[in-house]
Design a protein around this ligand. Structure first.
Ligand code: PBG
Length: 333
Protein backbone atom coordinates (compact mmCIF):
# COMPACT_ATOMS: atom_id res chain seq x y z
CA UNK A 1 0.00 0.00 0.00
CA UNK A 2 1.23 3.51 -0.84
CA UNK A 3 2.14 5.41 2.22
CA UNK A 4 0.23 8.55 2.78
CA UNK A 5 2.26 11.71 3.04
CA UNK A 6 2.65 12.32 6.74
CA UNK A 7 0.98 15.69 6.55
CA UNK A 8 -1.92 14.61 4.32
CA UNK A 9 -5.21 13.31 5.64
CA UNK A 10 -8.29 11.85 4.02
CA UNK A 11 -10.50 14.63 2.77
CA UNK A 12 -12.97 13.88 -0.03
CA UNK A 13 -13.55 17.50 -0.94
CA UNK A 14 -10.71 19.92 -1.31
CA UNK A 15 -12.16 23.11 -2.71
CA UNK A 16 -8.69 24.47 -3.28
CA UNK A 17 -8.24 22.01 -6.18
CA UNK A 18 -10.52 24.23 -8.28
CA UNK A 19 -8.47 27.30 -7.39
CA UNK A 20 -4.99 25.97 -8.02
CA UNK A 21 -4.25 27.68 -11.35
CA UNK A 22 -5.51 30.57 -13.42
CA UNK A 23 -6.59 28.05 -16.07
CA UNK A 24 -8.77 26.05 -13.67
CA UNK A 25 -10.09 29.17 -11.96
CA UNK A 26 -11.16 30.34 -15.41
CA UNK A 27 -13.04 27.10 -16.04
CA UNK A 28 -15.00 27.19 -12.80
CA UNK A 29 -15.73 30.93 -12.79
CA UNK A 30 -19.47 31.49 -12.36
CA UNK A 31 -19.85 35.15 -13.22
CA UNK A 32 -18.53 37.20 -16.10
CA UNK A 33 -18.04 40.90 -16.55
CA UNK A 34 -17.79 42.42 -20.03
CA UNK A 35 -17.79 45.89 -21.53
CA UNK A 36 -21.02 45.08 -23.39
CA UNK A 37 -22.77 44.86 -19.99
CA UNK A 38 -21.77 48.39 -18.98
CA UNK A 39 -23.71 51.61 -19.51
CA UNK A 40 -21.80 54.88 -19.25
CA UNK A 41 -23.61 57.80 -17.57
CA UNK A 42 -22.46 61.13 -19.06
CA UNK A 43 -23.17 64.68 -17.88
CA UNK A 44 -23.80 67.34 -20.50
CA UNK A 45 -23.92 71.13 -20.53
CA UNK A 46 -24.45 74.01 -22.93
CA UNK A 47 -21.61 75.82 -24.66
CA UNK A 48 -18.03 74.89 -25.38
CA UNK A 49 -15.43 73.34 -23.13
CA UNK A 50 -15.78 70.63 -20.49
CA UNK A 51 -16.06 71.42 -16.75
CA UNK A 52 -14.65 69.04 -14.15
CA UNK A 53 -17.19 68.06 -11.49
CA UNK A 54 -15.82 68.84 -8.03
CA UNK A 55 -17.94 66.24 -6.24
CA UNK A 56 -17.05 63.49 -8.75
CA UNK A 57 -13.31 63.51 -9.51
CA UNK A 58 -12.62 62.13 -12.99
CA UNK A 59 -16.08 63.12 -14.28
CA UNK A 60 -16.94 66.29 -16.18
CA UNK A 61 -19.91 68.16 -17.51
CA UNK A 62 -19.33 67.82 -21.24
CA UNK A 63 -20.05 70.12 -24.15
CA UNK A 64 -21.77 68.35 -27.04
CA UNK A 65 -18.37 67.97 -28.75
CA UNK A 66 -16.96 66.55 -25.53
CA UNK A 67 -19.94 64.22 -25.30
CA UNK A 68 -19.30 62.81 -28.76
CA UNK A 69 -15.61 62.35 -27.93
CA UNK A 70 -16.35 60.59 -24.63
CA UNK A 71 -19.05 58.39 -26.15
CA UNK A 72 -16.80 57.44 -29.05
CA UNK A 73 -13.92 56.55 -26.73
CA UNK A 74 -16.28 54.39 -24.66
CA UNK A 75 -17.74 52.78 -27.78
CA UNK A 76 -14.28 51.88 -29.03
CA UNK A 77 -13.71 50.01 -25.78
CA UNK A 78 -16.84 47.93 -26.35
CA UNK A 79 -19.37 49.96 -24.38
CA UNK A 80 -22.58 50.08 -26.37
CA UNK A 81 -24.81 52.38 -24.37
CA UNK A 82 -24.69 55.76 -22.65
CA UNK A 83 -27.21 57.53 -20.44
CA UNK A 84 -27.42 61.32 -20.49
CA UNK A 85 -27.81 63.71 -17.56
CA UNK A 86 -28.15 67.43 -18.33
CA UNK A 87 -26.86 70.34 -16.26
CA UNK A 88 -29.58 72.89 -16.94
CA UNK A 89 -28.81 76.57 -16.55
CA UNK A 90 -30.46 78.17 -13.52
CA UNK A 91 -32.55 80.57 -15.62
CA UNK A 92 -34.17 77.62 -17.45
CA UNK A 93 -35.25 75.93 -14.22
CA UNK A 94 -38.80 76.70 -13.13
CA UNK A 95 -41.46 75.37 -10.76
CA UNK A 96 -43.28 73.97 -13.84
CA UNK A 97 -40.06 72.31 -15.14
CA UNK A 98 -41.32 73.16 -18.61
CA UNK A 99 -37.84 72.99 -20.19
CA UNK A 100 -37.93 69.18 -19.77
CA UNK A 101 -39.98 68.78 -22.94
CA UNK A 102 -38.38 71.50 -25.08
CA UNK A 103 -37.62 69.88 -28.45
CA UNK A 104 -34.72 72.34 -28.90
CA UNK A 105 -33.40 71.65 -25.38
CA UNK A 106 -29.99 70.31 -24.42
CA UNK A 107 -30.95 66.63 -24.20
CA UNK A 108 -32.73 66.37 -27.58
CA UNK A 109 -29.81 68.12 -29.29
CA UNK A 110 -27.36 65.78 -27.58
CA UNK A 111 -29.37 62.73 -28.68
CA UNK A 112 -29.41 63.98 -32.29
CA UNK A 113 -25.64 64.57 -32.29
CA UNK A 114 -24.95 61.11 -30.89
CA UNK A 115 -27.29 59.35 -33.29
CA UNK A 116 -25.73 61.21 -36.23
CA UNK A 117 -22.15 60.49 -35.26
CA UNK A 118 -22.41 57.10 -33.51
CA UNK A 119 -25.56 55.45 -34.87
CA UNK A 120 -24.74 52.05 -33.34
CA UNK A 121 -24.47 53.39 -29.80
CA UNK A 122 -27.67 53.01 -27.77
CA UNK A 123 -28.74 56.34 -26.29
CA UNK A 124 -30.64 56.18 -23.00
CA UNK A 125 -32.20 59.26 -21.42
CA UNK A 126 -33.23 59.98 -17.85
CA UNK A 127 -36.90 60.90 -17.51
CA UNK A 128 -37.52 62.96 -14.37
CA UNK A 129 -38.00 66.62 -13.62
CA UNK A 130 -35.20 67.31 -11.13
CA UNK A 131 -32.66 68.93 -13.50
CA UNK A 132 -35.40 71.29 -14.75
CA UNK A 133 -37.40 71.87 -11.60
CA UNK A 134 -36.37 74.90 -9.54
CA UNK A 135 -37.63 72.96 -6.51
CA UNK A 136 -35.08 70.22 -7.24
CA UNK A 137 -37.70 67.48 -7.00
CA UNK A 138 -38.37 64.75 -9.57
CA UNK A 139 -42.02 65.79 -9.68
CA UNK A 140 -44.06 68.97 -9.64
CA UNK A 141 -44.47 70.48 -6.18
CA UNK A 142 -47.78 71.92 -4.95
CA UNK A 143 -47.84 75.21 -3.00
CA UNK A 144 -48.24 73.11 0.14
CA UNK A 145 -45.04 71.21 -0.68
CA UNK A 146 -46.70 67.98 -1.88
CA UNK A 147 -45.08 66.14 -4.82
CA UNK A 148 -47.95 65.82 -7.30
CA UNK A 149 -48.14 62.36 -8.86
CA UNK A 150 -50.60 62.48 -11.74
CA UNK A 151 -49.76 66.02 -12.89
CA UNK A 152 -46.09 64.97 -12.99
CA UNK A 153 -46.84 61.85 -15.04
CA UNK A 154 -48.35 63.98 -17.81
CA UNK A 155 -45.16 66.02 -18.01
CA UNK A 156 -42.96 62.92 -17.93
CA UNK A 157 -44.87 61.60 -20.95
CA UNK A 158 -44.12 64.84 -22.80
CA UNK A 159 -40.46 64.58 -21.80
CA UNK A 160 -40.20 60.95 -22.92
CA UNK A 161 -41.87 61.80 -26.24
CA UNK A 162 -39.47 64.68 -26.77
CA UNK A 163 -36.52 62.29 -26.24
CA UNK A 164 -38.06 59.68 -28.55
CA UNK A 165 -38.65 62.26 -31.30
CA UNK A 166 -34.98 63.22 -31.06
CA UNK A 167 -33.95 59.57 -31.54
CA UNK A 168 -33.48 58.09 -28.06
CA UNK A 169 -33.38 54.29 -28.09
CA UNK A 170 -34.41 53.85 -24.46
CA UNK A 171 -36.12 56.21 -22.03
CA UNK A 172 -35.43 55.64 -18.36
CA UNK A 173 -37.97 57.11 -15.92
CA UNK A 174 -36.14 57.69 -12.62
CA UNK A 175 -38.83 59.77 -10.92
CA UNK A 176 -40.68 57.04 -8.95
CA UNK A 177 -44.17 58.46 -9.62
CA UNK A 178 -46.87 55.77 -9.66
CA UNK A 179 -48.23 54.79 -13.06
CA UNK A 180 -45.62 56.51 -15.16
CA UNK A 181 -44.39 53.44 -17.02
CA UNK A 182 -47.84 52.62 -18.38
CA UNK A 183 -48.55 56.24 -19.24
CA UNK A 184 -45.22 56.67 -21.03
CA UNK A 185 -45.72 53.39 -22.94
CA UNK A 186 -49.15 54.55 -24.11
CA UNK A 187 -47.86 58.00 -25.08
CA UNK A 188 -44.93 56.55 -27.04
CA UNK A 189 -47.11 54.01 -28.83
CA UNK A 190 -49.75 56.61 -29.63
CA UNK A 191 -47.11 58.67 -31.43
CA UNK A 192 -45.71 55.67 -33.30
CA UNK A 193 -42.62 55.14 -31.12
CA UNK A 194 -43.39 51.49 -30.58
CA UNK A 195 -39.72 50.49 -30.69
CA UNK A 196 -38.50 52.93 -28.06
CA UNK A 197 -37.83 50.90 -24.91
CA UNK A 198 -38.55 51.76 -21.30
CA UNK A 199 -35.88 51.06 -18.71
CA UNK A 200 -37.72 51.65 -15.48
CA UNK A 201 -36.01 52.65 -12.26
CA UNK A 202 -38.31 50.21 -10.49
CA UNK A 203 -36.61 50.03 -7.10
CA UNK A 204 -34.99 53.39 -6.52
CA UNK A 205 -34.23 54.06 -2.88
CA UNK A 206 -34.13 57.40 -1.04
CA UNK A 207 -30.36 57.18 -0.70
CA UNK A 208 -27.58 59.30 0.74
CA UNK A 209 -25.37 57.93 -2.03
CA UNK A 210 -26.85 60.34 -4.61
CA UNK A 211 -25.15 63.31 -2.94
CA UNK A 212 -22.23 63.77 -5.36
CA UNK A 213 -24.59 63.54 -8.37
CA UNK A 214 -26.80 66.30 -7.03
CA UNK A 215 -23.65 68.39 -6.68
CA UNK A 216 -22.86 67.71 -10.35
CA UNK A 217 -26.24 68.96 -11.56
CA UNK A 218 -27.08 71.40 -8.80
CA UNK A 219 -30.28 69.38 -8.42
CA UNK A 220 -30.58 68.82 -4.68
CA UNK A 221 -34.16 69.34 -3.41
CA UNK A 222 -34.57 72.94 -2.24
CA UNK A 223 -36.86 71.81 0.53
CA UNK A 224 -37.71 68.48 2.10
CA UNK A 225 -36.37 65.18 0.84
CA UNK A 226 -37.41 62.53 -1.68
CA UNK A 227 -38.85 60.06 0.82
CA UNK A 228 -42.46 60.40 -0.36
CA UNK A 229 -41.55 58.94 -3.74
CA UNK A 230 -38.20 57.14 -3.52
CA UNK A 231 -38.25 53.90 -1.54
CA UNK A 232 -37.45 53.39 2.12
CA UNK A 233 -34.03 51.67 2.38
CA UNK A 234 -35.58 49.35 4.97
CA UNK A 235 -37.91 47.70 2.45
CA UNK A 236 -37.30 44.66 0.25
CA UNK A 237 -40.76 43.17 -0.39
CA UNK A 238 -41.91 46.54 -1.64
CA UNK A 239 -39.23 46.39 -4.35
CA UNK A 240 -40.92 43.28 -5.71
CA UNK A 241 -44.24 45.15 -5.83
CA UNK A 242 -42.61 48.04 -7.67
CA UNK A 243 -41.02 45.63 -10.13
CA UNK A 244 -44.24 43.72 -10.73
CA UNK A 245 -46.17 46.92 -11.26
CA UNK A 246 -43.65 48.28 -13.77
CA UNK A 247 -43.51 44.95 -15.57
CA UNK A 248 -47.30 44.88 -15.86
CA UNK A 249 -47.27 48.44 -17.20
CA UNK A 250 -44.90 47.46 -19.99
CA UNK A 251 -41.33 48.10 -18.78
CA UNK A 252 -38.70 46.40 -20.95
CA UNK A 253 -35.91 46.48 -18.39
CA UNK A 254 -36.04 47.03 -14.61
CA UNK A 255 -33.45 48.81 -12.50
CA UNK A 256 -32.29 48.70 -8.89
CA UNK A 257 -30.53 51.78 -7.53
CA UNK A 258 -28.12 52.17 -5.76
CA UNK A 259 -26.38 48.85 -6.48
CA UNK A 260 -23.69 47.97 -3.92
CA UNK A 261 -25.72 48.48 -0.72
CA UNK A 262 -28.76 46.80 -2.35
CA UNK A 263 -27.36 43.52 -3.69
CA UNK A 264 -30.09 41.59 -1.86
CA UNK A 265 -32.70 43.61 -3.77
CA UNK A 266 -31.03 42.77 -7.08
CA UNK A 267 -30.98 39.09 -6.14
CA UNK A 268 -34.60 39.23 -5.00
CA UNK A 269 -35.80 40.82 -8.23
CA UNK A 270 -33.75 38.33 -10.24
CA UNK A 271 -35.97 35.62 -8.76
CA UNK A 272 -39.19 37.61 -8.99
CA UNK A 273 -39.13 38.64 -12.65
CA UNK A 274 -37.82 37.42 -15.97
CA UNK A 275 -37.22 40.93 -17.31
CA UNK A 276 -33.61 41.99 -17.85
CA UNK A 277 -32.23 43.72 -14.77
CA UNK A 278 -30.03 46.77 -14.58
CA UNK A 279 -28.26 48.11 -11.50
CA UNK A 280 -26.90 51.61 -11.00
CA UNK A 281 -23.59 51.99 -9.19
CA UNK A 282 -24.34 55.55 -8.15
CA UNK A 283 -22.20 58.61 -7.57
CA UNK A 284 -21.61 57.94 -3.85
CA UNK A 285 -20.43 54.40 -4.57
CA UNK A 286 -18.11 55.85 -7.23
CA UNK A 287 -16.79 58.51 -4.90
CA UNK A 288 -16.06 56.08 -2.07
CA UNK A 289 -13.81 53.96 -4.29
CA UNK A 290 -12.28 57.03 -5.97
CA UNK A 291 -11.39 58.78 -2.75
CA UNK A 292 -10.09 55.69 -0.98
CA UNK A 293 -7.87 54.86 -3.94
CA UNK A 294 -6.73 58.47 -4.39
CA UNK A 295 -5.58 58.33 -0.77
CA UNK A 296 -3.64 55.16 -1.58
CA UNK A 297 -5.80 53.00 0.68
CA UNK A 298 -7.43 50.87 -2.02
CA UNK A 299 -6.25 49.45 -5.31
CA UNK A 300 -8.70 51.24 -7.61
CA UNK A 301 -8.65 48.76 -10.44
CA UNK A 302 -9.22 45.73 -8.22
CA UNK A 303 -11.85 47.45 -6.11
CA UNK A 304 -13.79 48.64 -9.16
CA UNK A 305 -13.77 45.27 -10.91
CA UNK A 306 -14.71 43.48 -7.68
CA UNK A 307 -17.59 45.87 -7.02
CA UNK A 308 -18.92 45.40 -10.56
CA UNK A 309 -18.52 41.64 -10.45
CA UNK A 310 -20.43 41.58 -7.15
CA UNK A 311 -23.32 43.44 -8.77
CA UNK A 312 -23.32 40.99 -11.68
CA UNK A 313 -23.15 38.02 -9.29
CA UNK A 314 -26.19 39.34 -7.43
CA UNK A 315 -28.12 39.08 -10.70
CA UNK A 316 -27.78 42.31 -12.69
CA UNK A 317 -27.53 41.84 -16.45
CA UNK A 318 -26.23 45.36 -17.01
CA UNK A 319 -24.60 48.01 -14.83
CA UNK A 320 -24.65 51.78 -15.03
CA UNK A 321 -21.31 52.94 -13.68
CA UNK A 322 -19.11 56.03 -13.83
CA UNK A 323 -16.21 53.55 -14.02
CA UNK A 324 -17.51 52.15 -17.34
CA UNK A 325 -14.60 53.36 -19.45
CA UNK A 326 -11.89 52.44 -16.95
CA UNK A 327 -13.46 49.04 -16.37
CA UNK A 328 -13.77 48.35 -20.09
CA UNK A 329 -10.10 49.23 -20.53
CA UNK A 330 -9.02 47.07 -17.60
CA UNK A 331 -11.08 44.15 -18.90
CA UNK A 332 -9.09 44.31 -22.16
CA UNK A 333 -5.66 44.31 -20.55
C1 PBG B 1 -32.81 61.92 -10.47
C2 PBG B 1 -31.63 61.04 -10.52
C3 PBG B 1 -30.72 60.93 -9.48
C4 PBG B 1 -29.74 60.07 -9.92
C5 PBG B 1 -30.06 59.66 -11.21
N1 PBG B 1 -31.26 60.26 -11.57
C6 PBG B 1 -30.63 61.62 -8.16
C7 PBG B 1 -31.78 61.68 -7.28
O1 PBG B 1 -32.71 60.90 -7.34
O2 PBG B 1 -31.77 62.60 -6.46
C8 PBG B 1 -28.56 59.68 -9.07
C9 PBG B 1 -27.44 59.04 -9.73
C10 PBG B 1 -26.19 59.01 -8.94
O3 PBG B 1 -26.14 59.35 -7.74
O4 PBG B 1 -25.18 58.61 -9.53
N2 PBG B 1 -33.86 61.68 -11.28
Amino acid sequence: MRRMNDAAFALPHRLRRNRQSAAIRGLVRETSLAAAQLIHPLFIKEGTGDEPIASMPGCARLSLDGLVRAAEAAHQLGINAVVLFPAIAGDLKSPQAIECANPMGLVPRAIQRLKEELPDLAVITDVALDPYNSDGHDGLVSPAGIILNDETVGLLCAQALCHAEAGADIVAPSDMMDGRVGAIRAALDHEGHTSVSILSYAAKYASAYYGPFRGALDSAPRSGDKKTYQMDPANAREAVREAQMDEAEGADILMVKPAGPYLDIIAGLRNATNLPLAAYQVSGEYLMIKSASAAGWLDERQAVLESLLGIRRAGADMILTYFARDAARWLRE
